[in-house]
Write a protein that binds this ligand. Structure first.
Ligand code: GLP
Length: 263
């Protein structure tokens, strides 16, 4: 695991955008796993910026989002489908045929989940982006989710419903079910980048990186993944025991890549 601690949210977005850019340039039809929430918003802004400056094209890129609320149509302003349109897809040259999210209003969400899993397995994700729930969830895999789980319906914890209530207006229907990639689906990606910002994520970050591998903290499953990078800010890193070591490793690595003239 690589742990990169940066000061400012825009530095986190830029560093992550570099990793995305590299993945898109490296492979003609890169398959990206995408996330929603407030954390990746600056990253999406930076990717749009790079597209507008002619530095990046998404023409052949394929995307799969982590999750979608059950009961919200793609047109609903709180659906993750709407979020992706608004923050990324409508600003770049990606083909709508290549963007995938679970259908929140599928007649049979169980079948929809199985179909989504099969599509992902058929393509294989090259780079998966993750945010982090304050309880350690990734996607909507809540604590005690099987570490080998596949795409399925999950019931959200009261904590997650509360955390995400800020996006809904009072009295508005807020779903308590979601279709989410499983932890096994997520960890089948070739490379994973997890972003976390703020004090509210410090405890989950501590458990994910330095805690035991446990279904109690779904993000701890990333300890088993061969190529995961955590890019986090000082506050999210505040409870890490080994943070000075992570900083030192990153500095050494920067020096090495500079010396070798690597991107
Ligand atoms: C939701 C999403 C997660 C996301 C999390 C954190 O629960 N399903 O994918 O990581 O929110 O969101 P935020 O970045 O707003 O803290």
């Amino acid at each position: 695991m690589e742990v990169i601690i940066l000061k400012e949210p825009h530095q986190i977005a830029n560093k992550c955008a570099d990793i995305f850019e590299q993945a898109i340039i490296e492979k003609n039809n890169a398959v990206l796993g995408l996330a929603t929430g407030s954390t990746p918003m600056l990253l999406y802004k930076e990717l749009v910026n790079r597209y507008e400056r002619g530095r990046l094209s998404f023409r052949n890129v394929i995307t799969f989002n982590l999750d979608e609320y059950v009961g919200l149509s793609p047109q609903h302003s709180q659906s993750y489908s709407y979020f992706m349109q608004k923050h990324l897809f409508e600003h770049i040259d990606i083909s709508s045929r290549n963007t995938h999210l679970p259908d929140g209003i599928a007649e049979n969400p169980i079948y929809e989940s199985e179909k989504y899993e099969a599509k992902i397995r058929g393509c294989g994700i090259d780079l998966q982006l993750l945010g982090l729930g304050s309880n350690g969830h990734i996607g909507f895999n809540e604590p005690t989710s099987s570490l080998g789980s596949q795409t399925r319906i999950k019931t959200l914890t009261p904590q997650t419903v509360k955390d995400n209530s800020r996006f809904f207006t009072e009295g508005e229907f807020q779903p308590t079910l979601a279709i989410t990639m499983g932890i096994g689906t997520i960890t089948s990606a070739k490379r994973i980048v997890l972003l976390a910002i703020g004090k509210k994520k410090a405890c989950a970050i501590k458990q994910a990186i330095e805690g035991p591998l446990s279904a109690w903290c779904p993000a701890s499953a990333l300890q088993m993944h061969p190529r995961t990078t955590f890019i986090i800010d000082e506050e999210a890193a505040s409870l890490l025991k080994m943070k000075e070591y992570y900083r030192w490793v990153y500095e050494q690595q920067q020096q090495l890549t500079q010396r070798l003239g690597m991107p």
